[in-house]
Design a protein around this ligand. Structure first.
Ligand SMILES: [Zn+2]
Length: 135
């Protein structure tokens, strides 16, 4: 299932760009038509509907552009997800650490009482001596 999301994103992106380009030609056509209709009578119903046609053509362009943006985001998310999947593959002998390793932080404080906590490598947990309990 590698790169499925990225491929879907690319398809949406291409469809969005192509749709926006194609429908933009409708905008220019509608604008030319409106200019021809409105030059004689700017307050006629024909001029009004011709102007409205420009707006609806623009709406189509914007919808395709949004589809392209969504496709772009889906593509990036798909690429990042696949990349992080590859990076998250555990290296042999390396255990994930919930808290800071003891070498990096030999001392820590207990989140309950605030006193120093001690790392117990045997159980891979922090131990609070004051409370005699694992943190
Ligand atoms: Zn404590």
């Amino acid at each position: 299932m590698k790169y499925v999301l990225a491929i879907v994103g690319v398809v949406l992106l291409v469809v969005g760009i192509a749709g926006a380009v194609v429908s933009y030609s409708n905008v220019t056509a509608a604008a030319l038509n409106a200019a021809a209709v409105c030059i004689n009578n700017p307050i006629s119903a024909e001029c009004f509907s011709a102007t409205a046609a420009i707006n609806s053509a623009w709406t189509t362009v914007i919808l395709f552009a949004l589809l392209g943006v969504v496709g772009f985001i889906v593509m990036i998310v798909g690429l990042v997800m696949d990349a992080s999947k590859g990076a998250a593959a555990p290296a042999p002998g390396m255990a994930p650490m919930a808290m800071a390793p003891p070498s990096a932080a030999p001392t820590a404080t207990c989140p309950r009482c605030g006193r120093p906590a001690r790392w117990v490598p045997q159980y891979q947990r922090w131990f609070c001596d004051a409370e005699n309990a694992y943190v």
